[in-house]
Design a protein around this ligand. Structure first.
Ligand SMILES: CC(C)(COP(=O)(O)OP(=O)(O)OC[C@H]1O[C@@H](n2cnc3c(N)ncnc32)[C@H](O)[C@@H]1OP(=O)(O)O)[C@@H](O)C(=O)NCCC(=O)NCCS
Length: 225
């Protein structure tokens, strides 16, 4: 099975610093439950990431569907993956550090971004969650830490695309090939999957996993929607 014909995926990238002046307006788009959830965060940085990602998701989906962003109703799929009530559109969000990624697609999609912690000891994770080829790729890379995060985000993006139903043994999802497309029928995934790694900025690495061949990237700034 190949990629889904005519399907497209857009990855919207947002930096928290770009949107600092709009946070009150974005907060007002959230549902009562989301606002309650946002208020519970102790760290302001976590609160900002939550409000920005959920508020801007509403804006993007509202614009795409010509609906009021504040009135969109979300539900949870199996294993907790969020979906939109009554609509076929696919989406996924990820937030880390100062970056939010929002993927919107005609087909299944998962996205992940990670802030690359300068002092993160990834050796233990290599041993438990990465297969031999992946560990070797990280250990032999010029920048092992960056390679680790690239591999990690690829795994997460694939897991999130499938709603984290693929496998509970992460070593089985070998993403060590430094290529953008993974072969058809990889492991538990049916069809062709496009896993594309990218650098969001010097401190953040991301990956989009989707069943569409076409992926475009948009840096969203205030006033763009
Ligand atoms: C659910 C999970 C994927 C979230 O990942 P994370 O890196 O902590 O957070 P992200 O910012 O990337 O994604 C969070 C968003 O994903 C979405 N999400 C929640 N459950 C999801 C699921 N089952 N499938 C896909 N997306 C999901 C939500 O929109 C969530 O946003 P919110 O927390 O603001 O409500 C993660 O906690 C998890 O269970 N991972 C298991 C896989 C694992 O161990 N990977 C290691 C790779 S080496």
């Amino acid at each position: 099975m190949g990629f889904l014909q005519n399907a497209t995926t857009v990855v919207y990238m947002l930096h928290t610093r770009d949107h600092a002046g709009q946070m009150a307006d974005i907060y007002r788009l959230l549902s009562e439950d989301e606002q309650k959830h946002a208020r519970r965060f102790v760290k302001n940085t976590d609160k900002t990431l939550y409000i920005l990602s959920h508020g801007m998701l509403r804006k993007i989906l509202g614009a795409r569907l010509s609906q009021d962003p504040a009135h969109l109703a979300f539900r949870k799929e199996k294993q907790g993956k969020p979906a939109l009530e009554g609509e076929k559109i696919h989406f996924n969000i990820s937030h880390s550090g100062e970056v939010v990624l929002i993927a919107v697609s005609d087909t299944q999609t998962g996205v992940d971004v990670e802030y690359m912690k300068p002092d993160f000891d990834y050796e233990e994770i290599l041993a438990t969650n990465f297969c031999g080829r992946e560990s070797k790729a990280a250990r032999s890379a010029l920048d092992g830490r960056k390679m680790f995060y690239r591999l990690w985000t690829r795994k997460e993006a694939l897991l999130k695309a499938d709603g984290i139903g693929l496998t509970d043994d992460l070593t089985k999802i070998d993403v060590s090939d430094g290529v953008r497309e993974i072969p058809e029928d990889l492991y538990h995934l049916k069809g062709a999957w496009n896993t594309m790694s990218f650098t969001a900025d010097e401190h953040h690495v991301g990956c989009i996993a989707t069943q569409s061949r076409t992926v475009s990237f948009v840096r969203l700034r205030p006033g763009d929607l």
